[in-house]
Design a protein around this ligand. Structure first.
Ligand code: FAD
Length: 480
């Protein structure tokens, strides 16, 4: 059976999620037309222009699982080019505190976004039933007839027909806005008042004169400062990509190089020699300020005609490192559902049997998970920028980790469920709420047990103990 007879899918957006989806559709025998507004990023001229601009991403189990399920070498190849991060390194007052992501030594991986995208495009193009159309900007979509109109290389308009169209065109998706004109899609978009700016930390020079990492490479470094923070992720070339997250007003208040250096001296002193004053000034004033938006949409499909996936369906703030991972999982879940519904080739009525049921099923399954991770991502900003410095939070994490280590099926830390499993996000949240109740009970019991132990020891040795307490009270009276 030819690929046209299986079905022709048009995928808009050859970013991370669109390119992976093209591979999955090609593997199920469809003819794939992949459209991308940018020129081919693999061409030397474009590689050169993005030098120093590429950001790295944390790739974890959901993303890895989707790469693995292709049966290609994608997971192995990308992991070879990644840096494992086994813990957070929290920088406070010039000291560093390592907080492991897992009691079992599991890690997340820092990968180069552009390298990953190139790898996926290479793999897609190796399949004979995939055609990638660069410099194709989607202008409009005729939803009922599955026709997509593109502006090609800023010169001419062209229309293409498909059996199914998929929008993987990112947070500001044109496909999504076209679908919303035709159907009743609930839609919510919310910016947070925090923006971000990337700074780069170059390799240091080791004692042997060779380049080396300026900080421990197997950590995601965080300088949490409550309402703002700096983070740094390692790159295989020994550099780190740092991202400064803070309210837009704070960015605007820093107008001169002197103000910038003063701000860093007051807040991130230890990072200045590592980034380098000149590089810090250059990056801070030259690099753009990014906005952070949450997008929720429901449903994700319009009958059996169109679907949105990845950021087009659920953009989230980046604090859980899950945007791409969630988008990759969309692709894996979509194809599991298509398999379950035994999609049949195009019939005489020009419809694909089972496709509507499958896409409805996908929306039903995935919308709640997309909403759940969007909410969790916002919560994690609080955890990264603020909670990691609180003793109560750390004590609770410790207790959670200990219980998980000894009874792994009773308590699973939220971070483990999100980053080291493929459990649907909505189920992870439900389980987290249930566990929180039992953890609170355990925390209160531990506190009471410790207090009664201290009280009974204090009572037994009260003759030695009381004078010490009295002198402590006297000292405090003098102090206040
Ligand atoms: P995109 O990557 O946005 O790709 C969309 C593609 O569609 C682009 O190639 C675009 O050119 C193309 N396109 C757009 N409009 C059109 C059009 N009209 N016609 C044709 N083509 C079009 N995620 C993680 O999992 N881990 C992380 O650590 C992480 N860190 C992040 C840090 C930051 C600062 C940010 C901003 C995001 C981070 N993310 C992270 C999120 C991640 O970048 C996104 O979730 C991911 O890129 C989404 O992929 P996508 O393919 O859906 O969309």
């Amino acid at each position: 059976m030819s690929n046209e007879e299986q079905g022709v899918v048009g995928i808009v957006g050859a970013g991370l999620v669109g390119a992976l989806n093209a591979i999955y559709f090609a593997q199920r025998g469809w003819k794939v037309e992949l459209y991308e507004l940018r020129p081919d990023m693999r061409l030397p001229v474009h590689r050169e222009s993005r030098r120093g601009k590429s950001i790295n991403l944390a790739l974890s189990e959901r993303g890895l699982s989707a790469l693995r399920a292709t049966g290609l070498d994608l997971e192995k190849t990308i992991l070879e080019a990644s840096v494992p991060m086994k813990a957070r390194m929290v920088h406070i007052n010039g000291t560093q505190m390592s907080q492991a992501y897992s009691v079992n030594g599991k890690h997340i991986n820092a990968v180069d976004r552009a390298r990953l995208n190139e790898l996926l495009l290479d793999a897609a193009e190796e399949m004979k039933n995939v055609t990638v159309h660069f410099e194709h900007r989607l202008l409009q979509a005729d939803m009922d007839n599955n026709n997509l109109e593109f502006m090609v290389a800023n010169e001419e308009k062209r229309v293409y027909h498909h059996d199914l169209v998929i929008g993987a065109d990112g947070a500001y998706s044109k496909m999504r806005s076209q679908m919303m004109r035709r159907m009743r899609m609930d839609y919510n978009q919310e910016y947070i008042d925090t923006g971000y700016c990337e700074l780069s930390m170059p390799p240091a020079t080791g004692p042997d004169g060779k380049p080396t990492f300026a900080l421990d490479p197997n950590h995601l470094h965080i300088w949490p400062r409550h309402t703002f923070m700096l983070i740094a992720l390692p790159n295989p070339d020994y550099s780190f990509t740092c991202t400064l997250f803070m309210p837009f007003q704070m960015f605007e208040d820093i107008k001169t190089e002197e103000q910038l250096i003063q701000f860093f001296t007051e807040n991130f002193l230890d990072s200045i020699p590592l980034i380098g004053e000149e590089s810090l000034k250059k990056d801070f004033f030259a690099n753009p300020r990014g906005s952070l938006v949450t997008v929720k949409a429901s449903p994700h499909n319009y009958e059996d005609k169109s679907l949105i996936i990845g950021d087009a369906a659920h953009a989230m703030v980046p604090f859980y490192g899950q945007g791409m991972n969630c988008g990759f999982q969309d692709v894996e879940v979509l194809h599991q559902i298509l398999d379950r519904h035994h999609i049949k080739p195009v019939s005489k009525s020009n419809r694909i049997e089972g496709l509507k049921e499958a896409l409805d099923d996908y929306s039903k399954t995935r919308v709640k998970d997309a909403h759940a991770i969007c909410d969790l991502a916002l919560y994690n900003y609080y955890e990264m920028s603020h909670a990691v410095t609180s003793i109560k939070f750390l004590a609770r994490k410790k207790l959670e980790g200990v219980i998980h280590y000894w009874f792994p099926s009773i308590i699973i830390p939220l971070y483990t469920m999100v980053s080291f499993s493929t459990l649907p996000y909505s189920r992870a949240i439900e389980r987290w709420h249930r566990q929180s109740h039992w953890l609170n009970v355990a925390m209160i019991s531990t506190t009471l047990a410790t207090a009664s132990l201290v009280a009974s020891v204090g009572f037994k040795y009260r003759d030695q103990f009381l004078p010490t307490v009295r002198s402590a009270i006297d000292t405090m009276k003098h102090l206040f």
